[in-house]
Ligand binder design. Structure first.
Ligand code: GRF
Length: 218
């Protein structure tokens, strides 16, 4: 199972991905401990989720700092105080700077609701619908200096249906998010992830779950 790693989770909102990570820790399938949850937004429901599970839940208001780098320096200090080894961005609606990235080399993960490199940035589900994509999904990746550009760890695909709304597509993607994010963290905890250039190498390798997803079906 690997050793238990200390995870810090950064959120801004609902925290359903945070909840999926908490649930996998509690059912014993994820060898991690969430040592702190930090939100830039005081009203984030994810803070309540954390408190319910007696996880330290902190509000750090970005508006009280002179700029992005100053805010990130404060984040680094707090994460280090809690002994965080892996930083998990789970709906953290802030652009992060090299101050944070350089403090946790290849130890910051993000989840994005599209199959990157398609549809980076905000409103990825809306972008997929507007583009007419027939398949979308989610991507867990290591964070680098770009927006949603870092090395890819896991992707899961879902069909885009003709009558989808942004909400219905988001809901279908979130089911996959909640499965793959804990898995990616577990692979990290087991020491099975390494980065070679743009590629993430998983050792020993894990086979793909299917050979294809086709939409419309043949
Ligand atoms: C998810 O859609 C995730 O892909 C994106 O932000 C959203 C967070 O949702 N990065 P939640 O707060 O985990 O419910």
């Amino acid at each position: 199972m690997g050793r238990r790693i200390k995870v810090g989770v950064l959120i801004s909102g609902s925290g359903s991905n945070l909840q999926s990570i908490i649930d996998r820790i509690e059912d014993g399938s994820l060898s991690a401990d969430i040592v702190c949850v930090i939100s830039n937004n005081a009203g984030a429901f994810g803070l309540e989720r954390a408190r319910k599970h007696t996880i330290p839940a902190l509000h750090m208001d970005h508006r009280q700092f002179a700029g992005r780098s100053a805010y990130d320096a404060a984040l680094v200090e707090t994460l280090q105080q809690y002994g965080v080894e892996l930083v998990i961005l789970a709906g953290f609606m802030r652009i992060i700077t090299p101050v944070l990235i350089d403090a946790f080399p290849h130890a910051i993960m993000n989840i994005h609701p599209a199959i990157l490199p398609a549809f980076p940035g905000l409103h990825a589900q809306r972008q997929a619908l507007d583009h007419g994509a027939r398949i979308s999904g989610c991507t867990v990746h290591f964070v680098d200096a770009g927006t949603d550009t870092g090395p890819i760890i896991i992707q899961a695909a879902v069909p885009v249906l003709d009558d989808d709304t942004e909400e219905s597509l988001s809901a279908r993607i979130q089911v996959e998010e909640h499965r793959v994010y804990p898995r990616a963290i577990q692979l990290y905890a087991e020491g099975r992830l390494s980065v070679e250039g743009r590629r993430v190498i998983i050792t020993p390798p894990v086979p793909a779950s299917a050979t294809s997803l086709e939409n419309p079906a043949a």
